[in-house]
Design a protein around this ligand. Structure first.
Ligand SMILES: *Cc1c(COP(=O)(O)O)cnc(C)c1O
Length: 755
């Protein structure tokens, strides 16, 4: 199974970028060479902030925002339309998060700012200027700049499309440039000087959300989208270019990057010689430097490291405070000569302390988040209430899996968990409610009845019925606000004929030949958009071999994706407002991360297992099983050599032994074919093999090798006991099926509890 991801490079570079920002504020080479320090802090380190803008652009604005040309396979949507499909929820979520971080940072630095006399003679206008452009403390300008930039680019994208947005962002950048490191040129032209005087009255620097952020935000979005497209195998060559350094040779990219850095250095030193800079955040050559740097980072394949995202943010926020602390501490310890005066040691001290503090805080954040979920941990006392056989759902494992899957997807791709078949036996209401709490706002079910059951229990969000709904149940779709899959064209006509407005996703058959309209029938798909009672919210397909590793299977998946994108593209070209797209189920997310669109229909992986035992084992560090199936020991007895046990006298004792009868059977979902030693359960951390035939409600197991087994003890059928573990994948292998079947057959009479 492939595990490549292209976001790992970005995640790792975040730390470097944060460390570069510290360099800007501490001048590490200051004690050695002014020129070297100028190069490091005023030129090289200037990549840090644009990098953060670009990452934001890629993940928040619209990763699917491909080139605006009409090359085959491109899917074009205006900025902001993609994240939440018309309602840019992801953007608002992000802005809210940023505002929150900005708020915390403001509070954090307020005392320091007051102490430094930063807010003396503050007027309302000044306060607003600080809040919107300058930041309330000197490095905090980044947060409002990012927010303002995101709003601006979203707005521009709506009205101007990609090219227009890039053009305007570029023009704004040039305007900013002239107020930054090229200010000397402005000063020579009096008319310009007065224009810039005006600008500076509003914002003291031009490196802000208006002039600086938009260009890098839009570039990040475009490059991110392009890289995804290349990986989708829809690049010009039509083959899977994503496999080899994003299509372009890495050497070529590196050469271009170094050349641009050299040119930027030339530019920086030249401008400094001319005495032009008023500030030194913006250069002409910073733009190509960033483009090549970003392409290089995207071309590598490594696991995403989500925690680095939090750590780098905290390093950014905290380092000025750490600078103050280091200086104070050095003063108190009379070590100023070493810790402060030597610029390199000072830098190292600030960096190490900042990173340590950031790691501690992000750990603490995890703790708080983890601590908020009540009732965790195993519970002997709770077991006491569970009389016969029951399912325990591990809340932490579920949230961990949600987090892990989200980390594999771009921010604009939301999880749309499959909670069909009673959430794969876990209990659909329990699971969906918990997922609601974790911010999941979309689900798929198999039938309208399943959807109704969720609505009755107050489950929020979009609920997509993946299967056929009989016309006699169309009113259920309407009443329960369910979204119906179009299974073929005549079915669409029937739905339209119902008369009331219904929400639908169009299923596209790209080769599985189960449900959906054939990908070749593009005109008919277009016609559905014209049906007056149907609201087309989505377009999706199902990959039928995304779990396969064989070349044949991989190329079929690529073909399916290609067919799907061709349909989406065609609709876009024909002017139909492009709905939400989704292709991936669990294996699609894991094996084809670049096929992430608006939704990912995670099923089995969300429950912490994969279809086979082998895959489950392979991903066990990342996905943790949510479900345990447990039962009780009813009684323990002796079986003498030669005696038989169970139906059909199928088992004969070869020696004297101890057997236990446990309170679970095939009526609870334990496959009967695990009879006669094929399966085992765990009691007190030890294996107890099945003896004879599994009954409907009970099973006999051999406990000869387990000391002190007594009535009332817990027998684990799926889950952990001591150091031993049985996964649904194990049961599946013994039974010759996949874990999906084992789980979805869990009996209705089992009690289900979230622990
Ligand atoms: C069941 C189902 C899923 C979820 O599949 P998993 O492999 O369990 O992730 C996704 N899409 C469709 C159409 C399905 O039927």
């Amino acid at each position: 199974m492939k595990q490549e991801q292209s976001y790992g490079g970005l995640d790792r570079f975040r730390i470097l970028a944060a460390v570069l920002v510290i360099a800007i504020h501490t001048s590490p080479l200051g004690s050695y060479s002014a020129d070297a320090d100028f190069f490091l802090t005023r030129i090289l380190a200037r990549v840090a902030v644009p990098f953060f803008f670009m990452v934001t652009g890629q993940f928040v604005l619209c990763p699917q925002f491909f080139s605006s040309g009409s090359k085959a396979g491109s899917v074009r949507r205006p900025f902001g339309q993609c994240a939440g499909g018309g309602e840019p929820r992801a953007i608002w979520n992000y802005l809210g998060k940023l505002a929150f971080i900005y708020g915390i940072s403001i509070a954090l630095y307020l005392p320091l700012g007051i102490y430094a006399g930063h807010y003396r003679g503050l007027t309302l206008a000044k306060a607003l200027q600080m809040l919107i452009f300058e930041g309330t403390f000197y490095h905090l300008w980044y947060f409002p700049a990012c927010m303002l930039g995101v709003l601006l680019v979203t707005f521009l994208g709506r009205f101007l499309g990609l090219k227009g947005t890039l053009f305007v962002s570029g023009a704004l950048y040039v305007t900013g440039l002239l107020g930054d490191s090229y200010y000397g040129a402005v000063q020579r032209i009096p008319a310009m000087t007065s224009v810039y005087d005006l600008i500076f009255q509003i914002s003291p620097h031009t490196r802000n959300g208006l002039f600086f952020a938009p260009l890098f935000l839009s570039l990040g979005s475009v490059l991110g989208g392009k890289s995804r497209k290349a990986q989708n195998g829809l690049g010009e060559s039509g083959k899977r270019t994503g496999q080899d350094a994003g299509g372009k040779g890495i050497l070529w990219l590196l050469s271009c990057f170094f050349l641009s850095v050299v040119l930027m250095a030339e530019e920086g030193f030249l401008l400094r010689g001319l005495g032009f800079p008023r500030h030194d955040s913006m250069y002409v050559f910073l733009v190509p430097v960033m483009i090549f740097l970003y392409e290089i980072l995207l071309s590598g394949k490594s696991r995403p490291m989500r925690h680095l995202r939090t750590v780098s943010t905290w390093v950014y926020i905290l380092h000025p405070a750490v600078i103050v602390v280091v200086r104070r501490a050095a003063g108190i310890m009379h070590k100023t000569g070493l810790l402060v005066d030597n610029s390199l040691i000072h830098y190292a001290a600030v960096t190490v302390l900042s990173i340590t503090a950031a790691i501690l805080i992000s750990r603490f954040e995890d703790l708080i988040k983890g601590g908020r979920t009540p009732g965790t941990g195993g519970s002997e006392s709770k077991d006491g209430k569970r009389a016969r056989a029951w399912i325990e759902l591990d809340r932490k494992a579920l949230s961990g899996n949600v987090e892990a899957l989200r980390a594999m997807l771009p921010a604009s791709c939301a999880l749309m968990p499959a909670v069909k078949a009673d959430a794969y036996g876990h209990g659909a209401v329990l699971i969906a409610r918990e997922l609601n709490r974790l911010g999941v706002e979309a689900f798929c079910v198999a039938s309208a009845g399943e959807g109704e059951a969720l609505r009755r229990k107050g489950v929020r969000g979009e609920i997509l019925v993946l299967g056929y709904t009989d016309p006699s149940q169309f009113d259920l779709l309407h009443r329960c606000r369910l979204t119906q899959t179009i299974v073929d064209y005549p079915y669409a006509e029937k739905l339209n004929g119902y008369g009331k407005k219904l929400h639908v996703h169009i299923g596209v058959d790209t080769g599985m030949h189960r449900l959906g309209i054939g990908y070749e029938q593009r005109e008919r798909i277009g016609k559905i958009f014209e049906m007056k009672n149907l609201e087309v919210d989505g377009l999706f397909t199902h990959l039928c071999t995304s779990d396969g590793e064989a070349l044949k299977e991989q190329s079929f998946t690529d073909l399916q994706a290609k067919r799907f994108y061709a349909v989406a593209d065609d609709l876009e070209r024909s002017g139909y407002s492009c709905p939400k797209l989704h292709l991936q189920s669990s294996y699609g997310i894991l094996n084809y991360p670049h096929l992430a669109e608006d939704y990912a229909r995670a099923g089995i992986a969300l429950y912490g297992v994969l279809s086979t035992r082998e895959d489950t084992g392979r991903w066990k560090e990342i996905l943790r099983p949510v479900l345990s199936l447990k039962a009780r020991v009813a009684c323990v007895r002796r079986l003498n050599c030669g005696e038989t046990a169970g139906y059909g006298m199928a088992f004969t004792a070869q020696r004297d032994m101890e057997i236990a009868t446990i309170t679970v059977g095939y009526g609870d979902g334990l496959p009967r074919c695990l009879s006669a030693g094929r399966g085992f359960v765990l009691i007190n951390g030890r294996k107890a093999p099945v003896v004879g035939r599994i009954c409907m409600d009970q099973t006999i197991v051999d406990v000869s090798k387990i000391p002190d087994v007594k009535s009332g003890d817990v027998a684990v059928v799926i889950g952990k006991s001591g150091d031993e573990e049985i996964t649904a994948g194990d049961l599946a292998e013994w039974a010759g099926t996949i874990s999906n079947e084992i789980l979805s057959r869990m009996g209705a009479r089992l009690e289900r509890v979230m622990v």
